[in-house]
Design a protein around this ligand. Structure first.
Ligand code: G4P
Length: 282
């Protein structure tokens, strides 16, 4: 689950992760494919610097395939390698070792040139809470679920897990904070479950969602809720959806809070279909 981030937490996370990074050859950055910008830690580039990086777009099963492709192109143009994966059922995960090896090929070559027997490549997973880090580590380690605590930074007792012939993965991920500054980023994090429900207003997040759906996924919006997308009157939509879903208070008025909850749950559970809540910059 999500945590509250305070300046002290952030400083500690940065310190711990940057300490760990000294022992790491390849960084595996885990993002939520539905929000590949908003689920990035704002300091990640400074933190990782020039280390080879594999960006994984996780939860790709819930994201829009076309948009995921564009996000991959966007990050690859910046020099990272990328993969889209579903850590839950394992699709795409099988390609991770090859990509990690390729990213470490310079290091391996250097060792060989010096006449050394290359040691295993060391990798570490970094990401914000709830992006799927534990699920992925457990899958790579081929073990049953162990939830890795949402403590900022890196949990103390650490081991290396052998995930392929010559690859070792740190068994606890680096946990970093999400972006906070922009309001829309907050809505996207809220909708995808990266921040706690107690710290945002579900109705505000749902209004943001409906507006986004109207411009990017009008068909899915219409199909699910039979609202008229010609109108951009959100209250009218709430009225229609609330009425259909029986979200009423006494006197027959619409219960907006419950209506928002219904839409929120529909999105969270994927009932609205596959969708991505942001596009890469053009
Ligand atoms: P974390 O360590 O980064 O904090 O995340 P964790 O692995 O605990 O995963 C968070 C939630 O995301 C889990 O659901 C997990 O099953 C789900 N998840 C992880 N990878 C994928 C994926 O590729 N696709 C889908 N659809 N889901 C994925 P949960 O325990 O039910 O938590 P919640 O979603 O109710 O918060």
């Amino acid at each position: 689950m999500s945590i509250q981030w305070y300046p002290g937490h952030m400083a500690k996370a940065l310190r711990q992760v940057s300490e760990q990074l000294k022992r790491i050859d390849v960084v595996i950055e885990l993002l939520d494919a539905r929000i590949p910008y908003s689920s990035r830690n704002p300091k990640i580039d400074d933190l990782v610097e020039n280390k080879p990086r594999l960006i994984l777009l996780n939860k790709a099963d819930m994201a829009d395939k076309e948009v995921t492709k564009r996000w991959r192109e966007y990050y690859e143009a910046q020099g990272a390698k990328t993969l889209e994966i579903n850590a839950q059922d394992g699709s795409g995960v099988q390609h991770i070792p090859d990509q990690v090896n390729e990213l470490a090929s310079d290091m391996i070559e250097k060792m060989k040139k010096k006449g050394m027997n290359p040691r295993p490549v060391r990798a570490m997973i970094l990401g914000i809470p709830n992006v799927g880090k534990s699920t992925l580590i457990n899958r790579l380690a081929k073990r049953k679920s162990t939830k890795i605590g949402d403590k900022p930074g890196v949990t103390k007792s650490q081991q290396w897990i052998k995930v392929a012939k010559k690859i070792e993965l740190l068994d606890t991920p680096g946990i970093l904070w999400p972006k906070f500054e922009e309001q829309d980023v907050g809505f996207r994090l809220a909708l995808t479950g990266a921040i706690k429900e107690e710290i945002f207003d579900v109705q505000d997040a749902v209004v943001f969602l409906l507006r986004y759906l109207r411009s990017s996924y009008p068909e899915q919006l219409q199909e699910r809720y039979q609202v008229s997308i010609d109108s951009d009157d959100i209250v009218e939509w709430f009225d229609e959806i609330g009425k259909r879903r029986g979200c009423l208070v006494s006197g027959g008025n619409i219960d907006y809070e419950r209506t928002a909850e219904v839409i929120f749950r529909d999105f969270r559970s994927g009932r609205l279909g596959r969708m991505t809540l942001e596009e890469p910059p053009s």
